[in-house]
Design a binder for this molecule. Structure first.
Ligand code: NAP
Ligand code: MG
Length: 477
């Protein structure tokens, strides 16, 4: 049985608020155990982070912080096989996807460990009697609450820029997938990151998560998860006037024109919803298809869906389980509701997959002719469910792309560069991909929501700027 500690001030501790069983979604069996923490441990972690900040982390030269981040990246690669297996057992994803996650995680620390050396301010023109400049300073202690779908990547995406910029962190990973947050915090200590700089407090959102967002000693909060919890986090933060980054949900469209390179488009459109069993905030969960290629594209997608083999993540199947029995209930329940409402035609899948023992498996599911007024068109399902809708022209495609409350990502598939760029400007999402989707993770590319997908940006240089505040200094000459 794998044992998962919390890590506070560089020490492994076990929370005393009950033991939490961590299940392997591929077979439903317990494989790890965590001692849950409570508010007292959050308080200890915040104090440890403050002490580490005041006692040197913020004054450590950027080049030194960067070296430690890059050393951590090397240790993550060194232990990559073990970390990838933990990720597969925690989330259920195919091991080849978990290995890619490990590479992306190392890349976050390498990237932010490098660009932090360019975290410079400006000199500003004002009157001849004044010399003015800006400097970029860390906030102090940042709180981080991460979801279960990409436990490794979400931790790295939010902690790497914050730590590199000179903040100290208190992290609460999702209780469904707690393992690797503690594993990489231990590697950070091995790399030489001082105790207290990176604290992990294990436990439920309602207590530990809430305590982080309500704590007076937290100077900034980054939250990745669902909209209802995001609203609560923002309200707590508003009460003590601290900034929040909210990375919430999506219902992202892939838009296919008849002149698209179908051999490129179809596998990527399918992967955009099948990867991680559709449990990806930026999943391509809608496909908008031009009327002139509608039947052809529907058939191509359906054929790919029918080929997908399900299995335990360690066998590296085409698709693994969803994360939990509860998530399987949610996804299959939403699909059943869509079928009941007769919104569109079910082409492939539509129910729980049988014959996988105690694992939590959903059939890859594809609906066509889904109307834009419909539940299936608008709601984030967060499972392997793709809905297809026909469009007539460019303007119609833009209208449909924007017809949900979300605005995270969109994909456009066409050989007409002018059309692609016209559309990219009109689509209300934080990222637009043309003839690709996701750009292989794109650590360097700013990412975040428009509309109800959230606010603030992570990834890229902008992601690190978000963990700093500007100070203007002016000198009378
Ligand atoms: P969730 O229920 O909102 O949970 C996210 C995190 O918040 C978990 O760590 C959870 O802890 C914690 N939490 C729960 N209640 C809390 C509270 N009262 N105060 C503070 N923290 C609390 O979301 P989820 O179901 O895990 O994740 C799925 C959602 O996340 C989807 O909507 C998805 O689109 C979105 N997501 C967005 C992105 C993005 O980058 N935009 C990335 C991944 C996921 P416990 O679970 O341990 O209780
Ligand atoms: Mg689990």
């Amino acid at each position: 049985m794998h044992h998962v500690p919390s890590i506070i001030d560089g020490k492994e501790i076990d929370g005393q608020h009950g033991a939490l069983e961590v299940l392997d979604p591929g077979n439903g069996e317990q494989w790890a155990q965590v001692g849950q923490c409570g508010e007292a441990e959050v308080d200890l972690a915040v104090k440890a982070a403050r002490a580490a900040y005041d006692n040197g982390w913020s004054d450590t030269p950027a080049v030194e912080r960067g070296r430690l981040m890059r050393k951590l990246a090397d240790l993550i690669i060194r232990d990559g096989a073990r970390i990838a297996e933990f990720e597969t057992r925690d989330v259920g994803k195919p091991i080849s996807q978990a290995k890619k996650d490990v590479i992306a995680v190392a890349r976050y620390f390498e990237y932010y460990g490098s660009i932090v050396e360019c975290l410079d301010g400006d000199t500003l023109q004002t009157s001849p009697a004044v010399f003015a400049m800006t400097i970029r300073e860390p906030f102090g202690v940042t709180g981080h609450i991460t979801p279960w779908n990409y436990p490794l990547q979400m931790v790295a995406r939010t902690l790497a820029p914050s730590l590199a910029a000179g903040n100290c962190c208190v992290l609460k990973p999702a209780e469904l997938t707690p393992v690797n947050a503690s594993v990489i915090a231990q590697l950070a200590l091995e790399a030489g990151v001082p105790p207290g700089v990176w604290n992990v407090v294990q436990g439920p959102g309602s207590t530990v998560g809430n305590a982080i967002t309500a704590h007076d000693g937290i100077d900034h909060v980054s939250f990745t998860g669902s909209r209802p919890v995001g609203e609560m986090v923002a309200i707590n933060a508003a009460k003590h006037v601290i900034p929040v980054v909210l990375e919430l949900g999506g219902k992202s469209p892939n838009i296919i024109f008849p002149d698209a390179d179908m051999a490129e488009a179809i596998p990527q459109v399918v992967n955009a919803i099948i990867q991680n069993a559709g449990q990806t905030c930026s999943a391509g969960s809608r496909v908008l298809i031009h009327e002139d290629c509608y039947d052809e594209v529907n058939e191509l997608i359906a054929a790919e869906f029918r080929k997908i083999v399900l299995g335990h993540g360690m066998t590296d199947p085409g698709m693994g389980p969803v994360v939990s029995a509860k998530q399987l209930d949610t996804v299959s329940g939403m699909v059943t509701e869509g079928i009941k409402l007769a919104e569109g035609d079910l082409v492939v899948g539509g129910k729980r997959a049988e014959g996988h023992g105690g694992g939590f498996f959903m059939e890859p599911t594809f609906f066509t002719n889904v109307p834009e007024s419909g539940y299936l068109f608008k709601e984030e399902i967060f499972g392997p469910v793709l809905v297809g809708t026909k469009f007539t022209d460019e303007a119609d495609a833009i209208r449909l792309a924007n017809a949900t409350e979300f605005g995270l990502v969109a994909g456009i598939w066409t050989r007409d560069a002018g059309r692609a760029l016209r559309m990219a400007k009109k689509i209300k999402t934080g990222q637009v991909f043309i003839n690709t989707y996701g750009a292989a993770g794109g650590v360097e590319l700013p990412f975040g929501g428009w509309k109800k997908s959230g606010y603030g940006r992570e990834k890229g240089f902008e992601g690190m700027l978000g963990y700093t505040q500007t100070k203007t200094i002016a000198i009378g000459l």
